[in-house]
Write a protein that binds this ligand. Structure first.
Ligand code: 3PY
Ligand code: MG
Length: 267
């Protein structure tokens, strides 16, 4: 089986930096896959992306050695199994709030007798190789998101769930859960303290801590803290911020419409 390069980095104690895809096309997925990142996540929760978009995007990413992840819309076994069959090497499951929900996510990612994943590795056989089923349970990443009030309260039971590889923080939902405005790169002391608690809990249970950011400044901060799965930026915000900055540099010409505020990134 083609190895999961991100899992290999983690086993070596190294971090993996990723990017986020919200635009439903294979071409920009391929472009993003050529920017030096370790992993890319196709966002089916908040991105404008359907299953029929996801498949060619996975194909585009697999023109490179970037590890493909999918954030599924919800903790539903059917969609988790479908994106794995299409070639995702990792799933990010949103809004996981307790042990039962974490177990549900893990079970969908693992073939029996460990889990309940149904056999039918359709496209992933082309990507991974004929021996995929033999190694898939060990190689596929199951990352659960901690970003709800109940999830914060029960982070220990979630993160310690066998088969959970990583706890991935959604900073804006986490902020809402803490009664704060939904800011992505967040400097609120209550937010920082909660993020630090999640990191410590991951370290205690020898799990990977994951964090979503909107800038290299915050990506660097979390890498320095010991997060091993950090998201740097999205296709939409990269495009928007680059063009806004370029438009803003011109003199002797008036933009058709006022240049809006920078895209804060994220979803
Ligand atoms: C959040 O900020 O809640 C996320 O899930 C990032 O997309
Ligand atoms: Mg979220």
């Amino acid at each position: 089986m083609r190895i999961n390069r991100v899992k290999k980095l983690w086993r070596e104690g190294k971090p993996a930096v990723g990017g986020w895809l919200s635009i439903p096309h294979c071409f920009q997925a391929e472009v993003m896959a050529h920017t030096g990142l370790d992993w890319l996540c196709i966002d089916m929760q908040h991105g404008c992306i359907d299953y029929s978009d996801t498949v060619p995007m996975l194909t585009a990413i697999s023109t490179t050695n970037v590890t493909p992840f999918v954030r599924v819309p919800w903790n539903e076994p059917a969609m988790i199994m479908k994106v794995l069959d299409a070639g995702a090497y990792g799933v990010i499951v949103p809004m996981v709030s307790n042990r039962a929900e974490a177990e549900r996510a893990v079970a969908a990612c693992r073939y029996p007798p460990v889990g309940i994943r149904s056999n039918g590795p359709n496209r992933v056989m082309q990507y991974a190789g004929a021996d995929y089923q033999k190694y898939a349970n060990d190689e596929v990443v199951c990352a659960v998101m901690i970003e709800t009030a109940e999830g914060i309260e029960k982070m220990d039971e979630i993160i310690s769930t066998p088969g959970v590889d990583a706890a991935y923080i959604g900073p804006t939902d986490l902020a809402l859960a803490l009664g704060l405005p939904p800011v992505m790169d967040n400097d609120e002391p209550k937010h920082i303290a909660t993020v630090n608690r999640i990191l410590e809990t991951c370290k205690r249970h020898k799990k990977i801590a994951g964090m979503h950011t909107a800038s290299s400044k915050f990506t660097q901060r979390y890498l320095d803290q010991g997060f091993q799965m950090v998201m740097l930026g999205t296709d939409r915000s990269a495009m928007s911020n680059y063009m806004k900055a370029e438009v803003g540099r011109l003199t002797g010409w008036t933009p058709l419409n006022p240049v809006g505020a920078p895209d804060k990134g994220g979803y």
